[in-house]
Ligand binder design. Structure first.
Ligand code: SF4
Ligand code: ZN
Length: 319
C-alpha cells in the first residue's frame, strides 16, 4: 500500500522515522533535517554573526551532512573544512578524495593536515605500541588535539564536529557506566572556551540519529566514503552503539528521551554540585597547548613520543 508523506500529504512517503512515528517523502525529510540542525544551532546559540567556523570533516556521512547543511543554512558565515590524513592504507586516500569533492560542491576551502608529513608517523604505526589493541583511543586523542590546534592556528573562532545524537548517547552512556562525572559535565552541544587555546566546540547534529545523517547524505548525493577503517572492529564505541540500538528497537524514542533527560534535568544538578570543583588547566611544557596535567607533557605529546620511539627502534633494528 502506498503511504503519503505525513507532512505534505502529496508525495509518497519513502522514509520512516520510528522515534517520532513519521513517514516522510524525501523533500520533506531533507527540509525537516535541515530545520533540526538550525533549531539546535539556535537553541544552544552555537553560531554568531562574527564567527569563522572550522568544520572537522572525515569523509563520513555525519561530517559531510554537517558541512553541507551549515554552508547552505549559514551562507554568510565563513567556513573552512579541516581534514586529517591519518595515513591508513586505502581508507585515508579514499576519505581524502571524498572531502575534496565535498569542498568543491559546497565551495568552501579545505585544509588537509597529513600526520605523516607533519609529525612523521601514521595511525597504523600504533599497532606496534601499547595502543595496538586500542587503536581508536590513540587515533581519537590525536584527532581531538589536532582539530583544536589547527582551528587555533588558523585563527578560526569555533570548531564544529559531526557528533550526532547516537554518538552523544553512546558517550553519555559510557560516562554513566564509568561514573565519570567530569566527562558528563563536559559533554554538551556547545562547549565554550575554557582557556585561550582551547577552542569552543559545537555539535549542530546533536538532534539527528546516525540513520537520519546517512539518509540525508544519500538523498543529497553527497560524496561519502564507502570503505570502513580496518581498525573499527576493535572500537568499543561501535560495540556500545550496537547495544544501545537493541534498546531502541524495543523503545524507539529511548535515545531522544535519554539525551533530553540528561541535558534538561541531570546536567543542571551536576553543574550545581560541581561548581566549586573547577578543573585547573595548565600548558604543556612541550607543545604549549592546554592540558589538565601540571608540569608534564600532555596526553598528545606523550602518545606521539611513544609511537615515534617505537618507529625509531624498528628503524635502527632493521638498519
Ligand atoms: Fe581512527 Fe578508529 Fe576511526 Fe579508524 S575507526 S579512523 S582508528 S578512530
Ligand atoms: Zn603537548
Amino acid at each position: 500500500m502506498v503511504v503519503k508523506c505525513k507532512r505534505c500529504g502529496v508525495n509518497n512517503a519513502e522514509i520512516y522515522l520510528a522515534h517520532s512515528n513519521l513517514r516522510l517523502c524525501p523533500d520533506c525529510f531533507m527540509l525537516l533535517t535541515e530545520r533540526k540542525v538550525k533549531h539546535a544551532v539556535e537553541t544552544y546559540k552555537m553560531i554568531s554573526k562574527d564567527d569563522n567556523i572550522g568544520i572537522a570533516v572525515s569523509g563520513g556521512k555525519d561530517s559531510s551532512s554537517l558541512a553541507y547543511i551549515l554552508s547552505k543554512s549559514f551562507e554568510k558565515i565563513p567556513i573552512t573544512l579541516i581534514h586529517i590524513d591519518l595515513g591508513i592504507p586505502n581508507y585515508s586516500q579514499h576519505c581524502l578524495e571524498k572531502v575534496k569533492e565535498l569542498s568543491k560542491i559546497i565551495d568552501r576551502e579545505l585544509v588537509v593536515y597529513s600526520l605523516e608529513k607533519e609529525l612523521g608517523f601514521k595511525i597504523p604505526d600504533f599497532k606496534a605500541t601499547i595502543y595496538g589493541k586500542k587503536m581508536c583511543s590513540a587515533c581519537g586523542a590525536i584527532k581531538r588535539y589536532l582539530f583544536n590546534k589547527i582551528t587555533y592556528d588558523l585563527g578560526l573562532t569555533k570548531i564544529a564536529t559531526g557528533h550526532n545524537l547516537d554518538d552523544t548517547v553512546e558517550a553519555l552512556f559510557n560516562s554513566y557506566v564509568e561514573g565519570n562525572v567530569g566527562a558528563l559535565v563536559r559533554l554538551r552541544p556547545f562547549l565554550p572556551k575554557t582557556h585561550p587555546k582551547m577552542m569552543p566546540k559545537i555539535k549542530p547534529l546533536i538532534g539527528l540519529t546516525d540513520m537520519e545523517c546517512l539518509i540525508y547524505a544519500e538523498y543529497r548525493n553527497l560524496p561519502i566514503r564507502s570503505l570502513g577503517c580496518q581498525f573499527s572492529e576493535s572500537s568499543r564505541t561501535i560495540r556500545r552503539k550496537r547495544l544501545l540500538n537493541l534498546l531502541a528497537e524495543n523503545m524507539p524514542n529511548f535515545k531522544h528521551t535519554f539525551i533530553s533527560s540528561h541535558f534538561r534535568r541531570l546536567l543542571p544538578c551536576l553543574e550545581t554540585a560541581l561548581k566549586d570543583h573547577e578543573t585547573k588547566i595548565y600548558e604543556c611544557p612541550n607543545c604549549g597547548m592546554p592540558t589538565s596535567l601540571e608540569g608534564v607533557p600532555c596526553h598528545f605529546c606523550k602518545i606521539v613520543s611513544i609511537v615515534l620511539e617505537k618507529k625509531d627502534k624498528h628503524a635502527s633494528e632493521a638498519g
